[in-house]
Design a protein around this ligand. Sequence first.
Ligand code: HEM
Length: 163
Amino acid sequence: MTLTPAASLYDFILAVHIMAVVIAFGFVFALPVVYMVAGKHDPRSLPILHRIEYTVERLIINPALLVVVAAGIYLASDGHHWSEFFVQWGLAAVVVIGALVGSVMIPAAKRAEEAARRDLADAGESDFQPGAEYQALVRRLNLVGSGLGVLVLATILFMAVKP
Ligand code: HEM
């Protein structure tokens, strides 16, 4: 009979690392569908959706990123991975993600909420006409949001493949 070794602390921290990645980023990949449906079927929901977006970024994504980094530091130290490319990439990715979420995504979503509220108030009972400011903010959110999505997927690839 062969005995399988019990899972080590390293394995549990690896699971925590991956759970935090899912909790941090799962939501953002569904956002394009959320906004597509809202824009088509209920544009009056756009302001609250932008508010939900930046609240999730503040209350879920930023704290979960801290857990990703803390668990990653444990894994890199315990597993002696500090000199490997995927760890350095991971650290740089976390800094870029944190900086862009804090300095672009949250402020742009706040301003988009306000702009959408103004445009909806101006439209009154007629159809929602997104103004120039709202459109520019949504373009910025889409551009930076897509870049962040690609960066997250590339980081998962590098973490798993360890080139
Ligand atoms: C956005 C940031 C990050 C994402 C999405 C991410 C994702 C992942 C994933 C999915 C794994 C599992 C790979 C596997 O077991 O095959 C992993 C493992 C790992 N990550 Fe990260 N990670 C991130 C940041 C970091 C950071 C900042 C560090 C170090 C400071 C780090 C260090 C590690 C280490 C050492 C492993 C374990 C490798 C192993 O034992 O196989 N990660 N990461």
